[in-house]
Structures are given as structure tokens and as C-alpha cells.
Design a protein around this ligand. Structure first.
Ligand SMILES: O=C(O)CCC(=O)C(=O)O
Ligand SMILES: [Fe+2]
Length: 289
């Protein structure tokens, strides 16, 4: 392997890049690559970063020929140094769980019980059987996979909605303007939302119309507004993972390309007892006007 003295600093040289790709191509696992670099005098942190960078760039470059859409930047909370709380201006949001792939982060204390109730109260008079975006035409339709009632707020429509949107923008470091209007969903016992992806399927003819407004969806925040008694978790069948729907908590997930390789298939499990109220914030690539 190239000695670290090849480079004046410990940066990724072309020789090192090629060596990593050759070893990886020959089936050498990442820990063994890093161990070999360490033995050749590379600092551990540099070795880990170099291997990650080189393999990721290689995979991204290889993505197109295989038919994968290119990766785009996505929202991401500032949790690299594992903070227990994130200051969102007027509140300390708890970081309760995180997972790399799919990218999922569970937050606590995003909303107070009073704020949750205020959102339910404002939404209640406007609830109707949920429509989903119809990707064949770009219109909307009643969908048997989604047996909840729902409504959309305009961005900033009420003071609590505005405050929530400002918190979310700081929490996941994404412009408030890139967010769709907040959606509120209400599930009665037996209601569910079957597993689906939130991005728009690039192969559907209606998608080009939908993404003209703000680009693709790149992340979702599902916010729990009450406590169901049984059932109603948010499930990620590819992991598999089930997030309990606790009032004031929120589950965040992001998807850097509109593709199942993100493992962001998810759904709302059937409510068994009690009711479930959530607010969903979808984040787009660009300003959603
Ligand atoms: O009900 C849930 O927990 C998930 C909701 C969801 O997937 C969505 O609103 O897109
Ligand atoms: Fe969803």
C-alpha cells in the first residue's frame, strides 16, 4: 500500500485512492483496509475518512450506469458529536436514536402537549379523507392504502405552525422555504398507511410536473401529536424498525435519491386502540412556492 510519506499531508492521493479501490474490488473488507493503512502510518481518523470518501465517490460515480438517480444534498441534524440535545432557538430538542442507513433520527420534545393540541384543534374542522398524489397524472386521489383523514396547512398559517416550522428548519438545517405545508393526519382504530416511499417515483409520468415545484422530496419529519393506546407506530420494514408514536416526539428520515436503495420504505401501522394524530413535514430540494 502507498506509504503515508507519499503525501506531504495526510490527504487522499491518487495512489491511495487507486489502492483502496483495488483492495475493495478484490474483496478486502473495510476494517482490513483501515488496519493496513494504520500499519503504514496513517492516522486512524484519516484512514476511516479516506476509505469512506473514496468508496462513496466510487459508488456515486457508478450509480448512473446502473440506472440509479444521482444523489443530492439532504437535510441533516448537527449530531456528528452525539449531542443529547439540539437547541432550536426556543426549545431543547432531545436526540433519542439515530441510524445511518436508512438515515433515521428520532427526536423528543419537539412540541409541548399544548402545542400538539393547538395543531389538532386548528386542523380538526378541515379534516377530510386523505388523498395521495397520483403520480400517473400529477393529480390527487383517494387511496385504499391510506385510511386516515387529513388536511394541509399553508406554511406559517398559524403561530404554532410557524413556530414549529422555524424549529424544524434549525433542527435539520434546511431552509423553511423548502418545506411543503404541514400535513395533519388522523387515524381511527383500524386505520393505517401501508408502507410506501415519500419521494415521487421518477418512472411515473406525473412526477416531472410535481417536481417542477421545489424539486424532489428529500426528507420527512413525522411528528406525533397525541398518544394512541395500542398500535400506530411508524414502521420501516427494510430495517426492520418500529417507532412508537409518543406525543411531542418526531421521527426524521432522509433520502438522497428517489430510490429504494435509501431503505426509506415506511408506513403507519394500524391503530389498534385509541386514535393517532400526526403532523408530517416534507422537505424539498429547493424552494416550494
Ligand atoms: O403514520 C405514520 O406514522 C407515517 C405517516 C407517513 O408515512 C406520511 O405521512 O408520509
Ligand atoms: Fe410517508
Amino acid at each position: 500500500m502507498p506509504d503515508h510519506s507519499f503525501a506531504s499531508s495526510q490527504s487522499v492521493t491518487p495512489e491511495l485512492r487507486q489502492w483502496i479501490l483495488d483492495q475493495s474490488g478484490a474483496g478486502i473488507a473495510t476494517p482490513a483496509l483501515i488496519e493496513a493503512m494504520r500499519n503504514a502510518g496513517w492516522a486512524d481518523s484519516v484512514a476511516v475518512r479516506a476509505v469512506e470518501e473514496v468508496l462513496r465517490a466510487h459508488l456515486d460515480g457508478a450509480a448512473q450506469p446502473q440506472g440509479l438517480p444521482p444523489a443530492v444534498p439532504v437535510p441533516e441534524p448537527d449530531i456528528a458529536d452525539a449531542p443529547l440535545f439540539i437547541d432550536v432557538g426556543d426549545r431543547q430538542v432531545e436526540v433519542l436514536m439515530s441510524m445511518a442507513h436508512p438515515r433515521v433520527v428520532l427526536f423528543g420534545n419537539l412540541l409541548s402537549p399544548e402545542e400538539c393540541q393547538a395543531i389538532i384543534d386548528a386542523a380538526q374542522p378541515r379534516m377530510a379523507r386523505s388523498l395521495t398524489v397520483q403520480t400517473t397524472t400529477g393529480g390527487e386521489e383517494v387511496n385504499a392504502d391510506r385510511t386516515s383523514d387529513g388536511m394541509f396547512f399553508q406554511r406559517g398559517e398559524t403561530p404554532v405552525v410557524q413556530r414549529l416550522e422555524e424549529r424544524i428548519a434549525r433542527l435539520v438545517r434546511w431552509p423553511i422555504q423548502n418545506g411543503e405545508g404541514l400535513q395533519v393526519l388522523h387515524y381511527r382504530p383500524g386505520a393505517e398507511y401501508k408502507p410506501h416511499y415519500d419521494y415521487f417515483d421518477p418512472d411515473q409520468p406525473g412526477t416531472s410536473t410535481i417536481v417542477r415545484r421545489g424539486g424532489q422530496r428529500v426528507a420527512t419529519l413525522v411528528i406525533y401529536l397525541n398518544n394512541p393506546l395500542k398500535g400506530g407506530g411508524t414502521t420501516f420494514p427494510d430495517v426492520p424498525l418500529e417507532v412508537a408514536p409518543r406525543q411531542g416526539n418526531a421521527v426524521f428520515f432522509s433520502y438522497e435519491r428517489p430510490h429504494p436503495s435509501t431503505r426509506t420504505l415506511h408506513g403507519g401501522a394500524s391503530v389498534i386502540e385509541g386514535e393517532k394524530w400526526i403532523a408530517t413535514k416534507w422537505l424539498r430540494e429547493r424552494e416550494f412556492k
